[in-house]
Design a protein around this ligand. Structure first.
Ligand code: ARG
Length: 466
């Protein structure tokens, strides 16, 4: 059918039309440039549908076999890059169906029995998003493993713990990295939860109202790995909340990656100097020869823009759409694809950077002691040893910090008599708690930053992620 492909494309639905679509109509209507990414899902859906049509004797066994064989050829053309995509055929569904007609003739025309592009595209996108969620969960695990092994290797390394980006209390580098393992686990959980809700098959809803043919929706649902068919045909063709939910999970995950990326950007600046990244994840400047820029981290930090943007975009497309299908929904695909492409890259780059980064222990440890970071330990000592109420201990410690500031020393270097002037009960063993290392070692509460805790937690995670 190469005579006039415009007439061909038109001919799949053109029975009541007498003229071809105008050029602008074709341009705004065609989705093949992006929905060709649904080819594998579309073919899988057609295979399941054809098998069901055969099993229920809605079509003959011979026709079903011809359709399956034609689809095999199309699959080969897709993977070989020889499939003849035609923009005048609008979308992936009609491109494949028209090609099937070319390949096997009239039997192909029976494939669309009891089916509409509305349930077809709802199915294809669900399959694509489901796969994207599974893939993302796998990538999250890879990143978690990278974090856990870095954390185990650096469970003892001190670093400043910050609140308000100000010196707060010393922590360990391992503890800091493990915080992201927890966040990522919740991210993975959101993708898994979304998958459970999305795993119902819309195929068989047809245009919007179901079909008069005796189809077996349970059969197609099972063949395509769904838990069950969707229960309402109107909902089946008009629901895109599965995509919104996956994009929400993606946005939250990207937000976490962005926070970690921002920390890496800070850590590698010479002013922090906490970690170094190798040539593999940095770039130079075309003018300033000394530069080593953390571009990969900056780009991971930025990706949440595209991903959250996609969520907003699809939400606005769906908002106010009356049931059932509206062509507006065709515009869900570009943002969905873009979001998962961005997330895939961000997760891969982050896993690479975590594996690549080398902490600079001495710099981190020195920074951990800056800013009177053990002041809370001093106050806790006063409570524990002298039985003072915490509020009073807090007040005395504030005065000690003020003194140290005046003398230009840290808390551990304050003379004992200066401390005793604040409370006569203070004894020399208070110095045992004033070093960052002692501070960290003492924080043994469940989930705390002591190296023992961090090692135990990371070892547990290592096992869990095996
Ligand atoms: N390309 C369309 C989409 O992505 C397929 C469904 C078209 N359905 C229709 N009734 N025109 O939404």
């Amino acid at each position: 059918m190469s005579d006039d492909s415009k007439v061909l494309g038109h001919s799949l639905w053109g029975g009541r039309f007498s003229a071809k679509p105008g050029a602008i109509m074709e341009a705004i209507n065609a989705s093949i440039s992006f929905d060709k990414r649904l080819a594998a899902q579309d073919i899988a859906g057609s295979r399941a549908h054809a098998a069901m049509l055969g099993a229920t004797e809605i079509i003959t066994g011979a026709d079903e076999r011809a359709i399956q064989a034609g689809l095999t050829t199309i699959e080969a053309e897709m993977s070989g890059g020889t499939f003849p995509f035609r923009v005048e055929l609008e979308d992936i569904h009609m491109n494949i169906e028209a090609r099937l007609i070319e390949l096997i003739g009239p039997a192909a025309g029976r494939l669309h029995t009891a089916r509409s592009r509305n349930d077809q595209v709802a199915l294809d996108l669900r399959l694509w998003v489901r796969e994207a969620c599974d893939h993302t969960v796998g990538q999250i695990e890879i990143l978690q493993r990278a974090l856990v092994s870095k954390a185990l290797a650096h469970a003892d390394d001190l670093m400043p713990g910050l609140t308000h980006l100000q010196s707060a209390q010393p922590v360990t580098f391992g503890h800091h990295l493990m915080a992201y393992v927890e966040m990522l686990e919740r991210d993975a959980g959101r993708f898994k939860d979304a998958r459970v809700r999305m795993n119902e098959c819309p195929l068989g809803a047809a245009a919007l109202a179901g079909t008069s043919f005796p189809i077996d929706r349970a059969m197609t649902a099972k063949a395509l790995g769904f838990d069950r068919p969707t229960a309402n045909s109107l909902d089946s063709v008009s629901a895109r909340d599965f995509a919104l939910e996956a994009l929400s999970a993606a946005s939250i995950c990207a937000t976490h990656l962005s926070r970690l990326a921002e920390e890496i950007v800070l850590w590698v600046t010479p002013q922090f100097g906490f970690v170094t990244l190798s040539d593999a994840f940095t770039t130079g400047s075309s003018i300033m020869p000394q530069k080593r820029n953390p571009d990969a981290a900056e780009l991971v930090r930025a990706k949440v823009g595209a991903i959250l943007g996609a969520l907003v975009s699809v939400t606005v497309v769906m908002k106010g759409l009356p049931l059932a299908y509206g062509k507006d929904m065709q515009d869900d695909k570009v943002p969905v694809f873009a979001a998962f492409d961005a997330l895939e890259l961000a997760l891969a780059a982050m896993a690479g950077m975590i594996g690549d980064m080398a902490p600079r222990h001495a710099a981190m440890e020195a920074a951990a002691g800056i800013g009177y970071s053990t002041a809370t330990d001093l106050a806790d000592w006063l409570v524990r040893r002298l039985g003072l109420p915490f509020r009073e201990a807090h007040h005395i410690t504030g005065a000690a910090v003020k003194q140290a500031e005046g003398l230009g020393v840290d808390l551990a270097s304050l003379p004992l008599d200066a401390l005793q002037a604040l409370n006569s009960g203070i004894t020399a063993d208070i110095y045992d708690v004033l070093s960052p290392r002692a501070s960290v070692a003492s924080r043994r509460s469940y989930g705390g930053t002591s190296p023992d805790q961090v090692r135990a937690q990371s070892a547990q995670w290592k096992n869990r992620l095996k």
